[in-house]
Design a protein around this ligand. Structure first.
Ligand code: PEP
Length: 274
């Protein structure tokens, strides 16, 4: 069986499951790289050099989230309007005596148009509660920085069938803080049990959960075109196409597979073929 046959099978399976949105219509995708606390200055420079040659199709938008110390390299070297960049977190406060924090206006000075907030690693290791995450999203928006708000349930919560409740609580906190400006955020659904584990939810689980998140956002009064939901958790070149075909998946937040330019470029290319 060659690559084409496999792709046809995947497409047919997605259609059989009724998970395909508008067959024949080219979807737009966001492909976002979360480097976490990885990469050196040298590696970042090499990565940016390699990204210069990348072809990005019209339906693809690329985002990169490097560690803070390398943001300046993006500001100085990135002259590609199809690649946006941002930080992995932002302070909820505007300025003042908050040692170690980086404010939204500082991110603006670094040319960031985006920031991640509420990544599960921040929620788990640094005590970012749903309310703190919501305040961070608000602080970012004040400086025209688009928050990529990560939400997701743990394995326990999934197994106990509590995931909808958990996701709703995380979303409601943001809605309570910023109202319909949630429509100015990008939501990244990242099941904690799929992050860095190589374990991927089934297509049905991804569809069902994205649809649920979509419905919650719709109920806040958001228009369909303002709702962007990324999937994150062990995405790689092997699974990106089938997940991309699922309705309400508007792109990906990618950790491990985004650390090598070759692998990231490959994913960008594959998403544009869907
Ligand atoms: C992440 O941490 O946002 C992530 C999705 O990581 P990985 O792709 O490595 O699972």
């Amino acid at each position: 069986m060659d690559k084409r046959d496999i792709e046809m099978l995947v497409r047919r399976r997605v259609q059989e499951l009724g998970l395909d949105m508008n067959p024949g219509v080219k979807k737009e995708y966001i492909i976002a790289a979360n480097w976490k606390m990885n990469m050196s200055e040298k590696e970042t420079k090499r990565f940016l050099e390699e990204m210069k040659a990348v072809h990005i199709a019209d339906n693809i938008k690329v985002m990169i989230f490097p560690p803070y110390p390398y943001l300046h390299l993006f500001k100085e070297n990135l002259r590609y309007e199809k690649i946006a960049y941002g930080a992995q977190d932002v302070a909820k406060e505007e300025k003042g005596a908050y040692t170690g924090e980086v404010s939204a206006s500082m991110l603006g000075d670094m040319g960031c148009s985006l920031t991640i907030v509420g990544h599960s690693e921040r929620r788990t290791y640094y005590g970012d509660t749903p309310q703190i995450v919501a305040q961070k999203a608000k602080a970012a928006l004040t400086y025209q920085i688009t928050p990529v708000v990560c939400i997701g349930e743990t394995l326990d919560e999934r197994q106990q069938q509590r995931y909808k409740e958990v996701l709703k609580e995380q979303l409601d906190a943001v809605y309570n803080e910023i109202g319909t400006k949630v429509g100015d955020c990008i939501i990244a659904y990242e099941p904690v049990w799929a992050i860095g584990t190589g374990v991927i939810p089934t297509l049905e689980q991804i569809y069902e959960t994205h649809k649920y998140i979509f419905d919650v956002l719709k109920a806040y009064g958001l228009a369909h075109e303002n709702i962007k939901i990324l999937y994150g958790g062990s995405v790689n070149a092997k699974n990106v196409k089938e997940i991309a075909s699922v309705e309400h998946v508007n792109g990906f937040l990618i950790g491990g597979a985004s650390l090598k330019a070759e692998s990231f470029k490959n994913i960008i290319g594959l998403a544009s073929e869907v």
